[in-house]
Design a protein around this ligand. Sequence first.
Ligand SMILES: C[S@@+](CC[C@H](N)C(=O)[O-])C[C@H]1O[C@@H](n2cnc3c(N)ncnc32)[C@H](O)[C@@H]1O
Length: 259
Amino acid sequence: MPDEPRLGDAYGEIMRAALAEETGVGVRPTIGGTIPRPVIEIVERDDGLINGAPAARYLCGPSQWQPFDLRALDRLDGRTLDIGTGAGRLALALQERGVPVVGLDVSPATVEVAAARGVRATVCATVGEHARAAGQRYDCFAMLGNNMGLLEGRHRAGDFLDALAAMARPGARVVAQGTDPYATTDSVHVTYHERNRAAGRLGGQLRIRVRYRDVATEWFDYLLCTAEELARLVASTPWRVEEIDDADAPFYVAVLRLT
Ligand SMILES: C[S@@+](CC[C@H](N)C(=O)[O-])C[C@H]1O[C@@H](n2cnc3c(N)ncnc32)[C@H](O)[C@@H]1O
């Protein structure tokens, strides 16, 4: 059997290389040490499916964003926690608008990259750790870049949303970007959804790890769900679905309101 990748901060390695790609400073991939290659984030799913996407999208400004990201940005105001901030593209856009924002991420090197790019307030933690540690209060919680996925599934979504509620000011909102996983006829995905349901999981409850060069994250659950599935997940939490903007289906922006 070939060696497994080493366990580590793969997201952080990706963001560092993407920053080097953007700025020309630091280590970035090349062919033969001279010809630049794009930094590619590799996502491996537990059925063997592998996908790659350029990491430059995590650093680009609003002029290059998808329309649904721009509409999510417009829905954020008041003190905002940018959850899974990555290289901080949203936090930087909010700062530009004068919206107070804290960029939170579990990846230490990612937080360093966000800070190096100008995100003024950062924290390296999970939302649970941040809720327990800080006594922080927020008006908005942002989950962009498909980060609705951080709800993970039926087993974890309640704890995640309870942690946000513990940090929420009255009337607070969650603005999260999600994807309907079932808007496909691709048999690889349809079979995966069926396999998940047979195992008692939500169809779009992905089991994935992120890889870069010889490094991989741990395997983790990342949820793609429909607006209806989302409504069922939040029903037993202090949040309610206030709005679903699915003008760019299968992608959507969900707004949850604290009850
Ligand atoms: C798909 S990227 C999205 C980055 C950013 N939101 C954007 O749209 O450009 C996911 C980010 O979430 C972070 N992340 C993953 N799991 C997390 C967790 N449990 N809590 C906080 N951040 C997490 C990763 O380190 C990564 O930076």
